[in-house]
Design a protein around this ligand. Sequence first.
Ligand SMILES: [Zn+2]
Length: 233
Amino acid sequence: MKISNQKIYEQVADILIEKIEKGELEIGDKLPSIQKLAKVYGVSNASIREALNALRMIGLIEIKHGYGTFIKAKHPQLFDFSHHTLNAQRVQDILELREVVEVSTAQFASIRRTDQDIEMMEYALQEMKDAIKEGKSGEYADLKFHLAIAKSSHNTLLYELLNNISDLIQQTMEGTRKIYIYSREKTMEKLVDEHHQILEAIIAKEEHKASSRMALHLAEVRQTLVDNYIVEK
Ligand SMILES: [Zn+2]
């Protein structure tokens, strides 16, 4: 027998997602209060809050402060291509460029990083953890972390290259996170851990480990987007 290690809030989120997709809850409908939902599902208020947060992040509900929580869409809005700077080809191009560039920034950073660089990278990682704790998806901090590594490579051109497309990178990160949250392929904890591993290798000046861990991190992002038909193999 397979033992489910799904968290309580994920189970609640799944129930609500199914209700929305089946049309039992329709767009514009107001959800019962957190306290009421907690009673209905026999779980804590905190679990309901977490479940609603996950639903909000994938665009299914909208929380209007002072009014309540409303159904916003029937299906999750995982990748918003309505934004004119992003389309499937763009996402693919960005990923390829990141793989080429960031394997090197991680390598150079592990050779050249200063104590100040380490502080900057640690700070960004801490921000990512804090954001996730607050129920946010933390892609801005994620971007900051990758830019901090690029800066620590002490190659100004590599840094500028990434910085110039940072808006686009952040948009792809946002979409990827929505897929993670929706598909449960990866928890935010696991995502933070991947970054930890990269940073550890950089601090330890292990250049091969740093670049291979960065490659692995970016390859997983790519696989997620391939699995969800966002980009081609
Ligand atoms: Zn990352």
